[in-house]
Design a protein around this ligand. Structure first.
Ligand SMILES: [Zn+2]
Length: 211
């Protein structure tokens, strides 16, 4: 089965991707990871990617698409972190068509701004070692102290409510055309992802197993 997992920052994509991988024996293809791996391999593509990153520039869509193309499994995958724009959705479509493949489902983890704010504002990061905690789901053993190095825990600016809301606005603007694109193709499965992660996973499984 070939899936895209899509949703706003804080929607739980990473967690759901792992669960899907285990249940359906899928490759997780996370765009961030494959870009980093390509750079580490020092492949020709990786060196191009590195060049843009070193300048602090965005890696152009064409190059990102090539990295995806060489790393995309033919059969069973869950793709995460891509597409993020309508143009990237078109790139993905082209890559799959070239191999006579088609996406099975575009799973949209739909969360409200309030849910994301509630989840992310409880996140804490260690100033010293960068370990991540969550005051509700993964609290530190000692208040405000890192379990690993006893460093002080802090809240990242990115996780403050006002910044979260701004990031969500940007996300929504870019996501509408992508969601419509897959809806028109009949691939869209939008799942209410405001619930606890196990319940969200159960909803996805029910849908996939029914089809
Ligand atoms: Zn630490």
């Amino acid at each position: 089965v070939k899936l895209v997992l899509f949703g706003a920052p804080g929607c739980g994509k990473g967690t759901q991707a792992k669960e899907l991988k285990d249940k359906y024996q899928l490759d997780i293809i996370s765009l961030g990871d494959i870009l980093r791996q390509e750079v580490q391999k020092k492949s020709e593509l990786g060196q191009q990617v590195q060049g843009y990153m070193a300048k602090g520039a965005l890696v152009p869509d064409e190059i990102v698409a090539k990295v995806l193309e060489v790393n995309l499994a033919d059969d069973n995958f869950v793709l995460e972190g891509y597409p993020r724009t309508y143009e990237q959705a078109l790139h993905l479509d082209k890559i799959l068509k070239k191999r006579n493949l088609d996406l099975d489902y575009f799973i949209y983890l739909d969360v409200s701004a309030q849910t994301v704010v509630n989840r992310l504002q409880l996140r804490r990061v260690c100033r010293k070692c960068g370990a991540i905690f969550h005051l509700k789901n993964m609290p530190p053993k000692v208040e405000d102290r890192c379990d690993y190095c006893s460093g002080e825990l802090m809240q990242r600016d990115d996780d403050k409510p006002q910044v979260i809301r701004q990031r969500l606005e940007v996300f929504n603007k870019q996501s509408n055309p992508i969601v419509d694109f897959y809806k028109d193709k009949g691939k869209l499965f939008a799942v209410d992802a405001n619930a606890e992660k196990d319940e969200v996973f159960a909803r996805i499984v029910r849908y996939l197993d029914k089809e």
